[in-house]
Write a protein that binds this ligand. Sequence first.
Ligand code: MG
Length: 380
Amino acid sequence: MTNSVAILGSTGSIGTQAIEVAQMHHLRVTALSANSSVDELVRQARVLRPELLCIADESRYSALKEAAAGLGCRLLAGMDGLCEIAQHSSTETLLNSVVGMVGLKPTLTGIAAGKPIALANKETLVAGGALVMKAAAEKNVPIYPIDSEHSAIFQCLRGNHAKQLKKIILTASGGPFFGKTKQELVHITVEEALNHPNWSMGAKITVDSATLMNKGLEFIEARWLFDLRPDQIEIVVHRQSVLHSAVVYNDESVIGQMGVPDMKIPIQYALLYPERLPCPTRPLSLTDYGTLTFAKPDFDTFDCLTACIKASERGGSAPCTANGANEAAVAAFLARKIPFLRIGELVNAALETLPVTELTCYEDVAAADRAARDFVAAQL
Ligand code: MG
C-alpha cells in the first residue's frame, strides 16, 4: 500500500474523488496537474500543499504563476511538466486520470522510472497497449486499473490462476440510448448525450458512453491488461451498473464484483492495494435494487463498439486509429460541428481507410494517432 500519490488530472471527476480517498486514508498528495482549470487546481493545492503543480495547457502557465504565488509549490507546464511529475523522486505512485491519448507519454515515463501506475486513462492502453504492457513487464511495474470494470476483473482474478481463466464478462450500462434504433438517434443533441443514467463523469467519456465507444475502448483495455484474446471477452448490457464485471473460470464458475456505482471504490482499491479499508461511499443494498437485468448489446446501432472489436482483432495501429478518430470526432460533436451518429461513421471510415502499421515506439503511436485525427479533420 502506498503512502503518497501524484495525481495527473486532479480537477476531473476521477481526480477529485482520488483526493477524497487520499484524504480519508491520510495519503500525502505530492503532485497535482490539471489541463486548464487554474483556479480549481490552486484551490486543491492550498489544501494539499503538493510539491509539484502542473498546468498541461502551457498558455495558462502565467495564470498559474500568478494564482499559485506564495504556495511554495514548484510550478510546471505542458507535456514536459506531466512527465517530470511521472518520474519525480517524490512520486511514489502515479495516478493518471488525464483524458485521451495525451496520457500515454506520462504513463510510459512513470513506468520507465519504476513508479507503480494507478491507471484511469484508458486511451493510454488503447493507443499504446503493446508498449505500455511490455515496458511494465520489463520494469516489473504494477498497473492498477481504475476503470470500474477492469478493477472488478482485477479483483476477481485475485487468489486464482490466470491460466485457468476461460473468459471475462465485461458489463456495460448501455448508456442513455439503450434500446434506441439508429433512426431515433439521428437528432440527438449534446445535452441528451451528456445525460448518463448511472455515472457522473467528464464530457468526453460521457459521450463515449452514449456511443458505446467507451465499452469498445474498455474491450481493448481489457485485452492488454489481462492478456486476453478478443474471443475471451463477452460484453453484456447490465443497466443497473451493480455487477461491475465478472470472470469465468474453466470449471464454469463465474466470479463477479459488485458494489454501488461509485468510482471511489476502484480508486481506493488501486491506491490501497491489497488492503481493503472503509471507503467514503454508500453500502450496496441488493434488495433496494430488487432486479438486476442483463442483455446483449446492439452492435448494429452502436457501431463504435463494433469498430473497436474489429480494431482489436486487426491489432497493430488499428486500435490507436479508432481511438484517435474518436477523440477528434467527439470534440467536433461537442463543438456542435457534426451530428451524433457521425462519430461512429468517422471512426469506422478511419479504420477502413488508414493502413494498419506496427507500433514499436512512442513515435509510431503518435504518428498513427495524428493520421487518424487528420483523417477526421479532413472530413469535417
Ligand atoms: Mg468503465
